[in-house]
Write a protein that binds this ligand. Structure first.
Ligand code: NAD
Length: 359
């Protein structure tokens, strides 16, 4: 297969970690006989410095022309003095809405090899953890009508959802649940919010098309508690923009390592943007100290969700587990008795593990 991919390394450690993800893609290409057409684009601070805007039109057009986007991270102290629309992070919001990426997938996976990093008691997470949060990304209270009064004494935001917005995210979540353990939890606040009552009724309607999936509904306050009390009860969670923002961060903290977590933001077709959940970590940029695994695992998500290449996705995920099992660690996940390595060596070992699996 030939895959057309837009690559945006971004700022800080972005270049370091994306380079390793590309190395791993190279190994997958070799093993499975795929070719990649990569085009590189600027976004964030680097784009501000060279083109005067965090999201140049050429970047957006380049992404629209590709089948998938691989993004590192953007931002850094150098641009912190800038205001509003000029900040690097504005590029992130712009690209998500510009590409119509309404569905955000945030897996929270606790690898058995890293269980020591989990802040929860051992008996709660025994056997590992694998929760997928499906967050609606372009609607709800972050995008509804909002205003502050002229005297600055009051302000409002509006949680607004249309039936079609809920339906399309519900379909994505049910489809995903079908590929996993056929269990879906829809999180809302239907005891209080009208928009949540609409959310729940649309999810129930979509459920009729997926009778094999076991659906339950949960209020968001309870879901926040259950995630730390008994996270293993969850497989796929689907929820609105703001609830998903909060719950996906909570779920990722349970895994204990920000350097390990990938994400995908999807459109209605298979197009997607793939990026680690962490930021540009300017404190360790260019020092060969960043953990590239979140970006490498984002590539696995790209194979799975955009290109429907499950075997390739599993090869990448399996290689990461193999390298962790052999005791190799970047410093953010280092623990006693393990072997400390840098960004490049971690990428190289994962690539080699993929090649080594070749039969
Ligand atoms: P951050 O995620 O960049 O860093 C937080 C801490 O985690 C730092 O100590 C960093 O060294 C460490 N860390 C993060 N990723 C790591 C990795 N892969 N390997 C090892 N250690 C890692 O968050 P921050 O410090 O709050 O933000 C730094 C900059 O990144 C800011 O400008 C912020 O706006 C931006 N940011 C960008 C994104 C994005 O591009 N999606 C997301 C969050 C923050």
């Amino acid at each position: 297969m030939r895959m057309k991919i837009a690559v945006i390394p971004g700022d800080g450690i972005g270049g370091d970690i994306v380079a390793e993800a590309l190395r791993v893609m190279g190994a997958v290409g070799e093993k499975f006989g795929h070719k990649f057409d990569f085009s590189f684009y600027l976004m964030g601070g680097q784009a501000i410095d060279t083109m005067g805007t965090p999201l140049p039109e050429s970047t957006l057009l380049g992404c629209l022309d590709a089948e998938a986007v691989l993004l590192g991270a953007v931002g850094g102290a150098k641009w912190d003095h800038l205001k509003g629309d000029q900040r690097p992070e504005k590029g992130l919001l712009g690209i998500r809405s510009g590409l119509n990426l309404f569905c955000n997938l945030r897996p929270a996976i606790l690898y058995a090899q890293l269980s020591g990093a989990c802040p929860l008691k051992e008996e709660i997470i025994e056997g590992g953890l694998d929760v997928m949060v499906v967050r609606e990304l372009t609607g709800g209270i972050y995008f509804g009508p909002k205003a502050i009064s002229e005297d600055g004494e009051s302000a409002y935001d509006t949680m607004l959802y249309s039936r079609s917005e809920v339906e399309r995210i519900a379909i994505k979540a049910f489809e995903l649940a079908m590929k996993r353990s056929k269990k879906l939890t829809s999180v809302d606040k239907a005891n209080v919010l009208e928009s949540s009552r609409l959310w729940r009724s649309v999810v129930n309607e979509v459920a009729k098309r997926y009778r094999e999936v076991k659906l339950n509904h949960m209020y968001v306050d309870n879901a926040a508690m259950q995630l730390v009390r008994n996270p293993k009860q969850f497989d796929v969670i689907v929820t609105s923009n703001m609830f998903g923002d909060i719950l996906s961060d909570e779920a990722s903290m349970i895994t204990g390592s920000i350097g390990m977590l990938p994400s995908a933001s999807l459109r209605e077709d298979n197009f997607g943007l793939y990026e680690p959940i962490h930021g540009s970590a300017p404190d360790i940029a260019g020092l060969d100290r960043a953990n590239p695994l979140a970006t490498i695992l984002s590539v696995a998500m790209m194979f799975r969700h955009t290109f429907n290449l499950e075997e390739e996705a599993l090869a990448v995920e399996g290689a990461v587990e193999e390298v962790l099992s052999a005791g190799w660690r970047t410093e953010d996940i280092m623990s006693e008795g393990m072997r400390l390595i840098g960004t490049k060596e971690m990428g190289t070992l994962v690539a080699q593990a993929i090649a080594g699996n070749k039969e």
